[in-house]
Write a protein that binds this ligand. Sequence first.
Ligand SMILES: *Cc1c(COP(=O)(O)O)cnc(C)c1O
Length: 502
Amino acid sequence: MENDMEVRYNSTRSRGISVTASQAILKGLSEDGGLFVPDHIPALDRSLQELAQMDYRGVAYEVMKLFLTDFTEQELRDCIERAYDEKFDTEVIAPLVEAQGAYYLELFHGSTIAFKDMALSILPHLLTTAARKNHIQNEIVILTATSGDTGKAALAGFAGVEGTRIAVFYPKDGVSPIQEKQMVTQKGDNTFVVGIHGNFDDAQTGVKKLFSDREFAGELGEKGFQFSSANSINIGRLVPQVCYYVYAYARLLKEGKIAEGEPMDVVVPTGNFGNILAAYYAKRMGLPIDKLICASNENKVLYDFFRTGVYDRNRKFVLTSSPSMDILISSNLERLIYHIAGDDPERNRELMEALSGQGRYEISADMREGLRDFFGYYASEEETAAEIRRLYENCGYVLDPHTAVASAALQKHWESGTGDAQHKKTVIASTASPFKFTRSVMKAIDEKYDAMEDFELVDELSRIAGVNVPRAIEEIRTAPVVHRRQCEVDEMKAVVREFLGA
Ligand SMILES: *Cc1c(COP(=O)(O)O)cnc(C)c1O
């Protein structure tokens, strides 16, 4: 029997594609190159007061059950139990820290100390459950392009998970030394890590090409493999990210920091647009989010887009101290475009074709209306460093550069005097531990630190911030490098064959 509440997943690029949640998770990307989008956004069916009494897992279940409607309660609860456990160094999973008038939602307490863990610790379980539900016999091969943090979080999530293999491509010169070390020391027979000679967009485009190569898929299918994606385009990544916005609100309510129903703003340091899209979905579920503030670094495509309605990737790619946001094509924006076009795949496809053809598109006036709750700001490298210094000097709280971009964006929003922004509760998505970007962080605090070695800096940061060195960093101090493979952008297919022995 058809369930009224069932959410099905359509493609952003053509009509007539409609799959279940578990199928969408398995496929990652739709066959027509589109992304899967829910056919409607479900409304929260628990009151905020009820949610305020729950722990992280409880809230996660209440959100995920509404989107992943073909999973049983038992299946979902099992996935959640296995994901949000002692891998996180705090029972609350995502603590809220009040500093300088804002609430920093720390999403970096998982095994790789960046927010990608929030979704990637559950994705392997959702995926293997989905495979079982759909009677898949093939081994699932995860292909991932990473701008630094996804790679390690995906490796950590999938390492040793039976029935899966994972290959990660990262820009050889585009990630921090600690990010690289985290990846190339990854253990597990089913893992493969490759540095490509190109930037993140090259890696992402290469992976997308492999996904849409039907001949290759057929060839590998005969050998018992099938591709899936752990990138933030997978709805199995997106849905778990909706949960922590609901959780943040529930925590504020529980602690008496916000009144039930009182609006809050959220600020998200943005790259591929997955995290902020999750906040948008949370808002559409009925969570009292007012403004969505999209923070960019000097790769400010999104800032320009929100100001002008023109998305234009034809510009210089800048390497910054917030590498996970060094992105000129924000894949998940396609979902928002589709929604503001009135869930119209034709209109969306036209724009996406313009993007891949001319590298640019312009949305119509009626579509811009759909963006009225979004604000874009960006922070230069100097502004980002100054924000790290400001927080440290004023209250001793140390931000990583990504979070600092968001924090600086919030200052600009407050200064702009838009609405009554200053008087609203604001949650900043704090996406990485400062220990992941120690050199940039310490240099921002004081230039003198640039003379120190990487791990000396780690110990010094621990001392001045009064925070223990996270386990994830301790582990890589001495871990041996086990992945040394590098390749050119056009060799990615051959490299995948090599890994699979196919
Ligand atoms: C991935 C990442 C981002 C960007 O998130 P998107 O969902 O891609 O917009 C921001 N900060 C950090 C630390 C990240 O790892």
